[in-house]
Design a protein around this ligand. Sequence first.
Ligand SMILES: O=P(O)(O)OC[C@@]1(O)O[C@H](CO)[C@@H](O)[C@@H]1O
Length: 388
Amino acid sequence: MSDTPPVILGDVPGSFPYSVLAERHPAIIQQVRDAFPYDPERHRALDALLASCLKGVVEPLPDAAHDRDRWSAWGLGEHTGRSWFAAPWLWSESYFYRRLLDAVGYFAPGPWQGIDPFRPAKLTELDAPETDAELAALDDLEGRPAPEAATALLHGSLWGNRADLGFRLSAAGADAAGPVPALVADDSDALWPLLTGTGILCLIADNAGRELVPDLLLIAHVLHRRLVERAVLYVKPYPYYVSDATAADVLDALRRLRAAPGAAAAYGRRLWDALGEGRLVLRAPPFAAAPLPFTDLPADLRAEFGAAALTVVKGDLNYRRLVGDRRWPPTTPFADLTAHFPGPVAALRTLKSDVICGLDARTEAALDAAEGDRWRTAGSHALIQVRT
Ligand SMILES: O=P(O)(O)OC[C@@]1(O)O[C@H](CO)[C@@H](O)[C@@H]1O
């Protein structure tokens, strides 16, 4: 594509990417400090990361890092010694979370090894009364025609994406949607015919808690209604972007479902059994936490998504990775930007960053007229986009 816009950097003061690097990341460091009684060594490491984020440059991984070679292949050599604001925004963000885990001792042998620095916030959200209300709503779905239930669960998964703990740090008052419909694109009519009873559904998860629960409910529905033979749920191999889901978060969500009253418990049991029978498979590939777009998918994931009836890509970050982290003209066809993806793909995403494509011109004009640029990052609008 000759007129391809440049990859988004975080180097424009006042821009959303800049604010994430300069404000959100320091706030996340403070949030993590407050969440645990870390020892002085951990606090010194967090101090050093904060100084690096604000005034310093990208530092290399520790010599003993298990994934040094992987990050070398992902461009660490090219960005080491450069400002975080000069690297691609996606790269800097992803590496920040990898360095944060070093600072809290997540990978190194010791008392903090494997302790998710975001777990307190994740559990607070999962245990919140709002989650009870969302689970109770499942009782109303019982007995409704299957297509109606499927649509309700699809929208539950879609809007579950607003439950993003990192986003909430910088999106105060993001609830009100303007006069333009909250759903700015809806290709869901093209989604259901792809689930014909045979084949595999792949779901690339985003956030834990109140996004992962509706994702699991959607998976339970398509398995129970035999719209697919098997489902594969892709989570992160380690804590990432504050609320992104790991396998531990899947277990927390399943326990929450099984302990809930009413219909929710049956969903939880079905999912638990499906995992045991291999009809639901969990995967946590390293690439899920890579600082790269999906055009760089490794061969194994290309083969898995290529063999699937549909791959559902959840959330804003994954949308940026799927279509390319660039300020495309909003009317650029979604099919053009996802032609690289090896199989049918659907994006379910609330708009929380500048990247957007696949809008019709009238919708773009109405959004701009009603909200200026706010609609792109406020989380008040969402989309369901499908490329068959
Ligand atoms: O992927 P999610 O959870 O829907 O959103 C991720 C996010 O909160 O983080 C990035 C900014 O740090 C943006 O892509 C978006 O704002």
